[in-house]
Design a protein around this ligand. Structure first.
Ligand SMILES: [Zn+2]
Length: 181
């Protein structure tokens, strides 16, 4: 890319659930993250992320049994994942405590996104197993995707590309700052 004030951040260490879309990061004259193909990993990204400082792995909030982070491959700005710390693959393996906290963190994520981004609606969901679309199928994660009336555009249909108007680091800072402590 150009040699202006922008800097390119290596996304190889960040956590995400890859899909078929490419991302077009649209802020002008700002640093962006090059989210290339999911790097080959030996270790589980959702087990690794909590070992690092929040901002380094896009972590938004930490609970007792589960935590929240931004998806490196967002469908929309603010796309979060709620994960148990424990490496379990499916929802029925979660303990009562984990189910409760995943639910509470999901509710808080919705409230924070509503406040920070004024979204109009949400998609919530868990893909269970690779056959059901889970990009990281070995470690349970709940998607929280904010939706706006105007968020659908033609890119995903014709080019398998999503236009994202905000940078991941900025989104993380805004959401983490608004998260009730
Ligand atoms: Zn794991």
């Amino acid at each position: 890319m150009s040699s202006g004030p922008e800097s390119l951040e290596d996304a190889g260490h960040l956590v995400g659930v890859p899909d078929e879309f490419q991302r077009l990061w649209t802020p002008h004259r700002m640093a962006y993250i090059q989210a290339g193909p999911e790097p080959l990993r030996e270790e589980c990204p959702f087990c690794e992320a909590p070992k690092f400082p929040d901002a380094e792995r896009l972590i938004v909030a930490r609970g007792e049994t589960a935590y929240v982070l931004l998806n490196l491959f967002p469908y929309n700005s603010g796309h979060m994942l709620v994960c148990p710390y424990r490496h379990i693959a499916t929802y029925d393996q979660a303990t009562a405590e984990e189910v409760t906290e995943i639910g509470e963190l999901t509710q808080t994520a919705m409230r924070v996104l509503r406040e920070v981004s004024r979204c109009d609606g949400f998609n919530l969901g868990m893909n269970q197993g690779a056959v059901a679309g889970a990009g990281v199928d070995a470690h349970l994660h709940q998607h929280v995707v904010p939706r706006w009336t105007s968020d659908a555009n033609f890119f995903p249909i014709i080019a398998k590309t999503k236009a994202l108007p905000q940078l991941l680091g900025e989104v993380r800072d805004a959401v983490a700052h608004a998260w009730p402590r």
